[in-house]
Write a protein that binds this ligand. Structure first.
Ligand code: NDP
Length: 276
């Protein structure tokens, strides 16, 4: 029997998840049907209830419902607890198991696909929203030399840094600050703000990019964003957007649901927008 999955969001038309999961199902021989669910704002729980009642087995969750999914879940994985948000759910009777694979997807893309080990490296993350929250534990698990979180609203960066220090008992130094206080050069600079969605640029000094730095914009499908342009002007040649992260978090969810982890290279190639 065909098992049903879906991605839920608002808007949802732009979502690449059906394309990705359908491709994964084809290459792994899994019999699944994966669709999009547009839920009205304030109507998340009703839409998920209806999907479950119709036999749905699991869902991906995208903006603006990751916090609604956190509240809806009955069993939160540590990744979801740390992120304070959920991006994948699995239904089993009354139980709603919930995960957040965004951070794992990011780290897998950086370390594995882009061949950029994080161990012993200085990492700068711009932004202190949901994506940064989700990324922190998987990043720290790679034992970087230091992680600096910088945010427009400074208190949010400081709070997240404190939370991260508590979770990993101070093994990796984690600092939170505002843009005016960022000093030194970093091996990896991750733009986890939503600024690229509106072609804006966080007030970042060019000096943050070390000579062989990886500049990575979590926003995807926008070509050369202002952040990536700045990095290129600073002499950075290793530029990437979040398309690989998107594919990798999907592969983690697929594995969690179906017990088989698909290869991502073909899907990444298919949905990549050139960085020009
Ligand atoms: P949130 O809304 O939770 O957080 C947004 C963050 O961006 C905040 O820290 C905010 O700062 C900051 N910000 C927004 N505009 C600006 C600006 N002009 N200058 C400086 N900082 C700014 O968003 P998410 O964390 O959920 O998502 C962030 C980005 O990551 C999005 O573009 C999203 O598409 C992408 N993403 C990509 C994924 C992938 O698979 N590739 C997965 C998840 C997210 P402040 O706190 O001061 O408001």
């Amino acid at each position: 029997m065909t098992d049903r999955y879906a991605v839920i969001g608002n808007p949802i038309e732009q979502s690449k998840s059906p394309l990705i999961h359908t491709a994964f199902a084809q290459v792994t021989g899994q019999d699944i049907d994966y669709t999009k669910v547009l839920a009205p704002l304030g109507g998340f729980a009703q839409a998920v209830d209806a999907f479950r009642a119709a036999g749905g087995r699991g869902m991906n969750v995208t903006a603006p419902f990751k916090l609604d999914a956190f509240a809806y879940a009955t069993n939160l994985a540590p990744s979801a607890q740390m992120a304070g948000a959920v991006n994948a759910m699995k239904f089993d009777g009354d139980k709603v198991y919930a995960e957040n694979f965004d951070g794992l997807g990011l780290v897998r893309d950086v370390v594995h696909n882009l061949d950029c080990p994080l161990q012993g490296r200085r990492v700068l993350i711009l932004g202190a929203g949901g994506a940064t929250r989700g990324a922190l534990l998987p990043l720290l698990a790679q034992s970087p030399a230091e992680v600096v979180i910088v945010n427009r609203t400074v208190a949010k960066a400081q709070e997240l840094a404190g939370l991260a220090r508590q979770h990993q008992m101070g093994q990796v130094p984690v600092h939170g600050m505002g843009y005016a206080d960022v000093a030194g050069a970093f091996d990896v600079v991750l733009n986890a703000t939503s600024a690229s969605l509106t072609s804006e640029l966080p007030p970042l000094p060019m000096t943050v990019f070390a000579p062989d730095c990886l500049a990575y914009d979590l926003t995807y499908g926008k070509g050369l964003t202002p952040f990536l342009k700045l990095a290129r002007q600073a002499g950075v040649t290793r530029l990437a957007d979040g398309v690989g992260m998107l594919a990798e978090q999907a592969a983690e969810a697929f594995n969690w649901w179906r017990g088989v982890r698909p290869e991502t290279a073909a899907v990444i190639e298919q949905i990549t927008v050139p960085l020009i």
